[in-house]
Design a protein around this ligand. Structure first.
Ligand code: AVJ
Ligand code: FE
Length: 444
C-alpha cells in the first residue's frame, strides 16, 4: 500500500508533539476503562457480536501494526505475525482470520501478554512518529488519525460489551462495572413531549468544513425534505412501559415481519436489561441493578422495537397520528438548525455511563451524547461515495447493506469522536448498544 493512499484528502495537521500527545491520551483511555475488570471478565464472549475485552485491546493495537507500522517501515516483532490471525477483525485484504464466534474460546495469548503487546505497539508507533521522514509525516498522520478514531469506536464498544458480559452472572452474584456512586436525586418531572417544526426544502447533508470525518459522511450533497416535526426529546421508560402494558409485544400487526420472527425466536418481551423482580421492573446498568427510572429515556431497544413502538404510538391518540421514526436526513437537518452546543454532560467524559433525562426545556433535548437514535434510513452510500483507499476501503463501505443508520452519539461515546454528520449503523435486531427512540411527525 502506498503511504499516501490511505488518508485521501484527510490530512491531519498538527505537530509531531500534538499527535504524540493525542496518541498517548486515546490509547491510555482504553487501558483505564479496563481497570475495574477482574481476570475472568476479559475472556467471555456471551454472543457472537460481543467481543471479549482482551480481544478489544489486542485488535485496536493490531490496527496500528497493519496500517501504520508495516506500511511506514516501523519496527516489527515476532508477536505481530503470531497474533495477526487472531486480531484481524474483517479485513479480507489482510489475510485469513479467526472466525468471529471463537474470540471467547481461546485462552492464549493471555490477557497479560495482550497488555505487553499493547505497550510494545505503543512504543514502536511513538518511535516511528519521532523518526519518520518529514515527507511522510502527513500521510502517517492521516492513518494515525483513523487508528485513533477506530480506537474510540472500540472504547464505546467496550462499554456495551462489558455490560452484556457482566449481565451473564446470576442476579444474586452479579457485580456492577463500578461501585455505585452516591445516589442521584430522583427526577420526577421530565419535559413534556412536544413536536418542533422544521421547514424542509432542498437542503445540504454530509460533513462540511476542515475537520476529520469518516468516508461515509461524504460527499456533501443536496436532498429534498418535506416539512416535518421532530420530537423535542427521546421516548421515556414510562412511555415505553405503556406500550408493554398495552400488550405491544403480543400484537403481531404492530411489528415488521422480520421483527416479529426475532421477537418470537429470542423471546423478547421488553427491552434488553429490563428484569421483572417481585412484580416490579428493574434495570441492569453499569452501576448495577436499579428500579426502572420512569423518566429516563428507554434504552437498549432494537430497530424493530423502536419501529413497533412508533406504530403503536401513532394509533393511540389523534394528536399522534402519523408518528414514525425520523429519516437520517431529518435528524441531521434538525440537529444542524437547532443544536448549537451538544449537552456537554452527556458524553462518555461525564462518566455517567447512563443516559440523562430531558429536563430543562431545551428546544430539542438529548440530540447528542445521550443515546443513539434509530432512523428509518438504510445505511447506504451517499451519492458519489468514495471509500477510503487501500486496505481501509473495507472499513465502512462493505457494510452498506441491510443495516439501519443511527444518529446522535451516546453516553459512552467519547465527546471528540462525535459530529452532527456522524453515521453509526447496526442491523435491525441489535439491542446491546445504547440505542433509543426519537419520534417524528410529517406535517399534515
Ligand atoms: C460503526 C460501530 C458499527 O462495530 O463494526 C469497529 C465500528 N469498525 N471497527 C462496528 C468499527 C471497525 C463499527 N460500528
Ligand atoms: Fe475494529
Amino acid at each position: 500500500m502506498s503511504v499516501t493512499e490511505a488518508g485521501r484528502e484527510f490530512v491531519a495537521t498538527g505537530s509531531r508533539e500534538a499527535l504524540l500527545a493525542r496518541f498517548r491520551r486515546v490509547r491510555q483511555a482504553s487501558i483505564t476503562m479496563c481497570r475495574p475488570l477482574r481476570a475472568e471478565d476479559f475472556r467471555l464472549q456471551p454472543i457472537e457480536e460481543v467481543s471479549p475485552p482482551w480481544w478489544n485491546l489486542g485488535h485496536t493495537s493490531w490496527f496500528f501494526v497493519r496500517n501504520v507500522l508495516e506500511p511506514f517501515g516501523g519496527r516489527l516483532v515476532r508477536e505481530d505475525a503470531q497474533y495477526d490471525f487472531l486480531l484481524n477483525s474483517y479485513y479480507a485484504s489482510l489475510g485469513s482470520r479467526l472466525p468471529r464466534s471463537r474470540r471467547g474460546s481461546i485462552t492464549r495469548p493471555t490477557t497479560e501478554e495482550i497488555y505487553r503487546y499493547r505497550a510494545s505497539v505503543d512504543q514502536r508507533v511513538e518511535d516511528l512518529l519521532e523518526t519518520v521522514d518529514p515527507g511522510h509525516l502527513d500521510a502517517l498522520s492521516s492513518v494515525l488519525a483513523i487508528g485513533l478514531e477506530h480506537e474510540q469506536q472500540h472504547q464505546e464498544l467496550f462499554y456495551t460489551e462489558i455490560k452484556v458480559i457482566l449481565a451473564q452472572n446470576l442476579r444474586e452474584l452479579r457485580q456492577p462495572y463500578r461501585a455505585v456512586p452516591e445516589e442521584e436525586r430522583p427526577v420526577d418531572a421530565v419535559d413534556p413531549l412536544r413536536f418542533v417544526d422544521f421547514a424542509g426544502g432542498l437542503l445540504e447533508f454530509g460533513h462540511r468544513g476542515q475537520g476529520w470525518c469518516w468516508d461515509n459522511e461524504l460527499p456533501v450533497h443536496k436532498f429534498y425534505l418535506a416539512p416535518f416535526a421532530l420530537a423535542n426529546r427521546l421516548v421515556t421508560n414510562a412511555e415505553y412501559q405503556e406500550f408493554l402494558d398495552d400488550h405491544g409485544y403480543d400484537q403481531q400487526l404492530l411489528w415488521l415481519d422480520n421483527g416479529w420472527a426475532r421477537l418470537q425466536g429470542e423471546g423478547w418481551h421488553a427491552p434488553l436489561y429490563w428484569e421483572r423482580v417481585d412484580g416490579c421492573w428493574w434495570l441492569w446498568t453499569l452501576d448495577g441493578m436499579r428500579p426502572l427510572p420512569p423518566e429516563e429515556p428507554v434504552c437498549h431497544v432494537s430497530f424493530y422495537e423502536a419501529d413497533a413502538f412508533a406504530r403503536w404510538k401513532s394509533q393511540t391518540a389523534a394528536c399522534h397520528r402519523g408518528v414514525r421514526l425520523p429519516t437520517e436526513r431529518e435528524w441531521e437537518q434538525a440537529a444542524r438548525s437547532t443544536l448549537c452546543e451538544p449537552q456537554e454532560d452527556a458524553f462518555l467524559e461525564s462518566d455517567r455511563l447512563h443516559p440523562a433525562c430531558a429536563k430543562g426545556g431545551r428546544s430539542l433535548a438529548q440530540m447528542a451524547g445521550c443515546l443513539w437514535q434509530w432512523t428509518s434510513s438504510y445505511y447506504e452510500p451517499y451519492p458519489g461515495y468514495r471509500p477510503f483507499l487501500g486496505v481501509l476501503a473495507e472499513y465502512n463501505g462493505k457494510f452498506m447493506d441491510n443495516q439501519r443508520v443511527l444518529r446522535g452519539g451516546s453516553c459512552v461515546t467519547p465527546r471528540e469522536h462525535f459530529r452532527v454528520s456522524y453515521r453509526n449503523f447496526w442491523s435491525a435486531p441489535t439491542r446491546f448498544q445504547f440505542t433509543g427512540i426519537r419520534l417524528v411527525r410529517s406535517e399534515e
